[in-house]
Design a protein around this ligand. Structure first.
Ligand code: HEC
Length: 184
């Protein structure tokens, strides 16, 4: 008689562990998708690599540090707001994650779809024509600071998501400008 409850318990436990196994498989697959998204699938020039835990990395300048890892001189992640659903994904990434290590921009694939980023080398930002040959108001250090902090470009237009708005000090903006100038 006592076999009945234990038998029932046994048949109940088995499907439960099956479900657990299935759930773990799904989580594992999602992890793979995430890794694949970060590892590849971007256009030439842009590597979507989150430089998370970059405190151990060494950088040759503050500008390079911010560009690659978006951490300040003390290794703390620079606060920014990323409107939209890209926020979580890019909450720790440096400029390079979206504009490429070479700063030339490109197509970035993210889980929720791809987006295009502009060339942000200093020579391009300060030219009187944009890369497509249209006249543009050249950036200055002050207008770059405004674009980065407030999301307004030199023409008074919005710099749209997923470009974040960054809480950067004047010294950090200056360091970034020096780094953008160094990009060939
Ligand atoms: C999550 C991706 C992402 C990150 C990270 C990011 N950007 Fe952007 N950025 C963009 C996108 C997308 C645009 C284009 C926005 C638009 O077209 O309105 C942009 C636009 C810009 C522009 C305006 C260029 C122009 O010609 O008007 C500048 C300057 C810029 N980014 C600099 C930076 C710097 C410096 C950093 C690092 C501190 C950075 N971005 C980090 C995605 C990103």
């Amino acid at each position: 008689m006592s076999l009945v409850p234990s038998g029932a318990g046994g048949t109940q436990r088995r499907p439960r562990s099956l479900w657990l196994g299935l759930a773990l498989t799904v989580v594992g697959l999602l992890g793979l998708v995430l890794v694949a998204t970060f590892a590849g699938g971007t256009s030439p020039g842009v590597s979507v690599v989150p430089f998370i835990g970059s405190g151990s990395q060494t950088f040759s300048s503050l500008g390079e540090r911010i560009f690659l890892s978006s951490t300040d001189a003390n290794g703390n992640v620079i606060p920014r707001s990323v409107p939209s659903m890209y926020g979580m994904m890019f909450s720790q990434s440096g400029c390079a994650s979206c504009h490429g290590r070479d700063g030339r921009g490109g197509t970035v694939s993210a889980m929720m779809g791809s987006f295009v980023t502009p060339d942000i080398r200093w020579s391009t930002l300060t030219a009187t024509q944009d890369p497509s040959g249209q006249p543009q108001t050249p950036f200055t250090e002050a207008s770059l600071a405004r674009a980065l902090r407030d999301g307004i470009d030199p023409e008074g237009d919005r710099v749209n998501a997923p470009m974040p708005q960054w809480r950067l000090t004047d010294a950090e903006v200056a360091a970034l400008v020096a780094y953008l100038k160094s990009l060939p």
